[in-house]
Design a protein around this ligand. Structure first.
Ligand code: ASP
Length: 333
């Protein structure tokens, strides 16, 4: 029988109504899950670890990625698969971070959440959690995934795109492994080759000065120019369309170039959901000329967490840049 390690970090699934709205309630999810599994044919040995402080995932900070990754690493040899019950708001960031931090991962790590608490009759939590446990039991899955609303998505390609619907997540630039909304059901993939090197976990430095900014017309350029005067270490720039920026905003471009020369790694990602940064327009050259790395079709979430990972892994700026340009975990096409 498979042995599955389940972590509950917080999030809607185990929340109950409180004086100010829904909030996590210690013990509630473990109790509900036991009832769900009592009469379910999916059989496994499960260990349930509820974190002492349950958070709404909008409170998530980079240090939380270390705690989850460390927990998985501590239990890696003892279990066949892992389920991380997580709020939906920042699940795509955590999935992306874990995909980098868990090196040579040969087992499934499945993130699961819900739009509606198990407390409500209309909750989507039961299906999502059962799907998560099912995928965590599969020998042929290795890596970090999110399952949600009948989809199984590669974690570092996902984005939360809907605040309300049960199909809250998509992976816009990479095919879903399962998408029951279009009749694509689970087919066990060929087992991935075992990693040549042993599993280990790379912690991240939570205090790195890494930020993300979105280009929008107007006063934002003035504010970004001021922001760039800070000693930043990493910046994900959400540019227009295929990676375009304002050719006319000389102060902003000069500040960007100065930040780059002072050692800030800048990744250019598109604010569009679909497609990629490429070099179609003259306007697309200005950010590159200022030192930005072309992010291709990487998501904002993957670009941001990749910066945390690489800047924590090595302090050599040349190696950092080389690794940032490389496809490490199939996060970019
Ligand atoms: N605000 C909640 C959270 O991310 C939303 C959810 O769980 O779906 O924790």
């Amino acid at each position: 029988m498979k042995k599955i390690y389940v972590i509950y970090t917080g999030g809607t699934m185990g929340m109950v109504p409180g004086p100010y709205g829904y909030e996590p309630k210690p013990g509630y999810l473990a109790h509900r899950l036991a009832l769900i599994l009592q009469n379910h044919p999916l059989k496994m040995h499960m260990t349930f670890n509820e974190y002492p402080i349950l958070i709404d995932s909008s409170d998530l900070m980079p240090g939380d990625w270390n705690r989850i990754a460390q927990d998985i690493a501590d239990n890696y040899a003892l279990y066949d698969g892992f389920v991380v019950l997580h709020g939906t708001d920042t699940a795509a960031y955590t999935a992306s971070a874990l995909s980098f931090m868990l090196e040579n991962l040969a087992k499934p790590v499945i993130l699961v959440g819900a739009q509606i608490s198990l407390y409500e009759r209309s909750s989507d939590g039961e299906k999502n959690i059962l799907d998560g446990l099912f995928y965590a039991c599969q020998d042929s899955l290795a890596g970090v995934y999110i399952t949600f609303g009948g989809r199984l998505l590669q974690g570092n390609r996902t984005r939360k795109v809907d605040a309300d619907r049960f199909t809250a997540f998509i992976s816009p630039n990479f095919a879903a492994l399962v998408d029951e909304t279009v009749g694509l059901t689970w087919q066990a993939p060929a087992s991935p080759p075992l990693p040549a090197l042993p599993f280990f976990y790379q912690s991240i430095k939570p205090d790195l000065r890494i930020v993300s900014c979105k280009l929008v017309p107007g006063y934002t350029y003035t504010l970004l120019t001021q922001l760039l005067a800070h000693p930043l270490q990493g910046l994900v720039l959400e540019s227009y369309g295929t990676g375009n920026g304002p050719q006319s905003q000389h102060d902003f471009l000069a500040a960007l170039q100065k930040a780059h020369h002072q050692g800030c790694h800048i990744i250019n990602v598109s604010q569009c959901l679909y497609g990629k940064v490429s070099h179609t327009y003259a306007a697309g050259q200005v950010l590159e000329a200022a030192g930005a790395i072309c992010g291709g079709d990487i998501t904002l979430e993957a670009a941001l967490t990749k910066l945390y990972y690489i800047l924590s892994k090595t302090s050599d700026p040349i190696e950092q840049k080389t690794l940032l340009q490389k496809n490490l975990r199939n996060e970019v096409t």
